[in-house]
Design a protein around this ligand. Structure first.
Ligand SMILES: CC(C)(COP(=O)(O)OP(=O)(O)OC[C@H]1O[C@@H](n2cnc3c(N)ncnc32)[C@H](O)[C@@H]1OP(=O)(O)O)[C@@H](O)C(=O)NCCC(=O)NCCS
Length: 166
């Protein structure tokens, strides 16, 4: 495995990527590069020694509405902010042959570190994720992500990330 994660580039082989979910496979194979070219998201990949992609995640700027947050999260936020800045961890997936070997955790921590670094120079209060199903929700739950009351999105405050990483 070549560490650390790298920005997606043409030279990386994504043809054989299969995480068990066609939505996530197809995104990597057909759309990720276009989204990167259009500055819609950043895509980070984990590649093996032959530059074959074995995992990836995407990050983009996003916001959540005040009304979509739990009251306890809102307590310290001034009422004038209706839309709150967050980073969206849009997709995260590991090739199915390598699932269960902590690569998912490695990618998640890598994403948290990047977001924490970004938050020092660009205000963002949290990372949000949009889990593909209940299994994915359980995965994020293990790392402290909280389900939002009005959607299936999950939320991890930047303060919690700072504590997790320290
Ligand atoms: C979800 C996914 C990213 C996890 O990656 P992984 O490499 O298989 O998981 P890891 O080996 O890093 O597991 C880390 C921990 O999370 C747990 N875990 C992994 N998948 C889990 C799940 N679906 N539900 C609950 N816990 C899970 C592991 O048991 C492990 O816990 P432990 O500390 O008790 O041993 C991966 O299985 C995957 O790509 N799944 C398909 C796509 C997907 O669901 N993406 C997620 C969001 S869209």
């Amino acid at each position: 495995m070549k560490l650390p994660t790298k920005l997606l580039e043409k030279k990386y082989d994504k043809k054989s990527f299969d995480c068990g979910y066609s939505l996530l496979n197809d995104y990597l194979k057909t759309q990720a590069r276009q989204d990167v070219d259009r500055d819609l998201s950043a895509c980070f990949v984990l590649v093996d020694d032959n530059d074959v992609v074995i995992g990836y995640y995407t990050l983009s700027a996003n916001s959540v509405k005040r009304d979509d947050l739990h009251d306890d999260l809102l307590k310290k936020l001034p009422p004038s902010y209706q839309d709150l800045p967050v980073v969206l961890l849009g997709r995260l997936a590991i090739h199915k042959r390598l699932q269960g070997q902590r690569y998912g955790e490695f990618l998640l921590i890598d994403a948290l570190k990047r977001c924490y670094e970004i938050s020092k120079s660009l205000g963002t209060i949290a990372i949000i994720v949009d889990p593909i199903d209940e299994k994915a929700q359980n995965f994020y739950n293990r790392y402290g992500f909280i389900l939002l009351p009005t959607s299936k999105k999950m939320f991890l405050p930047m303060k919690t990330i700072k504590e997790l990483l320290s």
